[in-house]
Design a protein. Sequence first.
Length: 308
Amino acid sequence: MVVYLDALWLLNLLADSLLLWMTAIFLKRNVKGYRLLIGGGIGSISILLMVTPLAPIAGHPLAKILLSTVMVFAVFGYRRWKYFFVNLMTFYFSTFLTGGMLLGAHYFIEFDMQLESDFFLAGLKGFGDPVSWIFVMFGLPIAFYFAKSRADDFETAKLQHDQLLNVKLKINEADFSLRGLVDTGNQLQDPITKCPVMFVSIAGLEEQLPSEVVKAAGQPEVLLFEEEYLPKEWLEKMRLIPAKSVGKAHQLLPAFKPDYVEVSNEKKKTVISKALVVFTPMSLSSDGQFSCILHPKMVLSLSYEEVS
């Protein structure tokens, strides 16, 4: 078997640089490209040492820990112990995550029942099967893209979770317990009273609302042309709010003044005195995480009270 040491060294350098870049992305660190290459170059020293009398030492776990420590130091530097330790552990996490995906994909595509003989032959060859190196060469960027995409999804989910609040809403005899998302893009308010407007999806709430309100949620014009008449107690609480949406430059939305609105998180709660509610037939969350959208003024301008 012919081993192209220069190709293996270059592949290892690029792989280590990619893992260090992934570490920087996970931790939101701004690092220079040349520092990533320096770190990758330090990591690739292990490949060169494998063909020298120092091969047993280079393969020792302590030597690998020392080498990875130097790599992280070269890329991120040292500010304090906690900062450096987090960088190092995240680098290991990136390495094991990517390696696990590659290993799983490899044995998912090509599973050999004689697994012990594979490991034995790989040990004799020293650098493994050249097919596996080709797999790593193409699979590593794919694994990197997948891991980065999932990290972005996790961060988005975390940001969204931080903006989710518990909402208690009462209008006449209808009493709801909902999950609400604070949306800074929602700037709808009553142009006269400046009362902020929140949107509530009626999906799953139809039985608690009058049929006229349910119909008006999808077709507001039925109220304007008096095709439907609301119950008196609901009509007294209704306001017409001018709004714009995609496909409709101007429209009037029926909004209702709630009797009680309470917003809370795990630690604090507040009762909102000024608010209007617009019911919509649309599902506001594709994954069911929330069923109402809160106006930012309903949260940002609040002084929370501790839950007793």
